[in-house]
Design a protein around this ligand. Structure first.
Ligand code: 5RP
Length: 225
């Protein structure tokens, strides 16, 4: 991205740039899986430029935004496998493994990503990390009744869970944001956390990582595979 007078682009400009790049990877007539968050919102605003057959939304918020633009929102149970899912992330490492769920939509996001042939993740450079979970807590969706039990199990694993007060997921569940969990092995921790009874889903996307990363910085948008 070129800027004038050596000023650095703002984070919002980087989000816009990466969304514009992602738009070029969408084909006419597709049913597109659409993620959630401020980066995805930049993409959603551009979607009327593409003649989509429809979209599958990863959250109620995204669903409402798509509908407001006149884009048909489809039920994943009716569409079959999607060609493409595009979403943002809270953190990404060099293996294109992610932490997601800052917006609390992790479960629905993981479902739509799993049901898609390709997952393109769009981030600005602030999301690029050496190790997942050091700078951002891991969001975990839990059944309401299991909240305290799951929290105790996470403490045994070395984490510090914080209940996201006042937040309820699209599925009526709760979120624990877990600080200080050692996520040196993302695939192992993703499975281990999912195996705690009462956990619906956790925000590590390691088995289910991005296929393509679009990474925006002051020099432009890089594509990593
Ligand atoms: C929502 C998510 C988002 O993708 C993640 O929080 C990134 O959001 P943003 O683009 O606003 O930084 O996982 O559950």
């Amino acid at each position: 991205m070129k800027t004038t007078m050596n000023t650095q682009p703002t984070q919002q400009q980087l989000k816009q740039a990466v969304a514009e790049k992602a738009l070029t990877m969408i084909e006419q007539g597709m049913i597109l899986g659409v993620g959630t968050g401020s980066t995805v919102n930049c993409l959603i605003d551009l979607l009327p430029k593409v003649n989509l057959k429809g979209a599958v939304a990863s959250s109620k918020v995204t669903e409402d935004k798509l509908k407001a633009l006149g884009i048909e929102v489809m039920d994943l149970n009716q569409t079959g496998e999607l060609d493409l899912y595009i979403d943002g992330a809270d953190e990404v490492n060099e293996n294109l493994q992610l932490i997601k769920g800052g917006g609390g939509a992790l479960t629905r996001e993981k479902i739509v990503a799993a049901a898609s042939k390709q997952f393109i993740c769009m981030v600005d450079e602030s999301k690029w990390v050496k190790q997942l979970g050091v700078g951002f807590p891991l969001p975990i969706e839990v059944l309401p009744q299991a909240r305290s039990y799951v929290a105790r199990e996470l403490v045994k694993m070395g984490g510090e869970p914080v209940y996201r007060e006042g937040f309820v997921t699209d599925y009526g569940n709760l979120i624990l944001d877990v600080y200080d969990l050692d996520i040196t092995d993302p695939v192992a921790i993703e499975s281990r956390v999912n195996n705690i009874v009462g956990v619906v889903c956790n925000g590590i996307f390691a088995k289910q990582k991005a296929d393509i990363l679009l990474l925006a910085n002051a020099d432009g948008v890089k594509m990593l595979k």
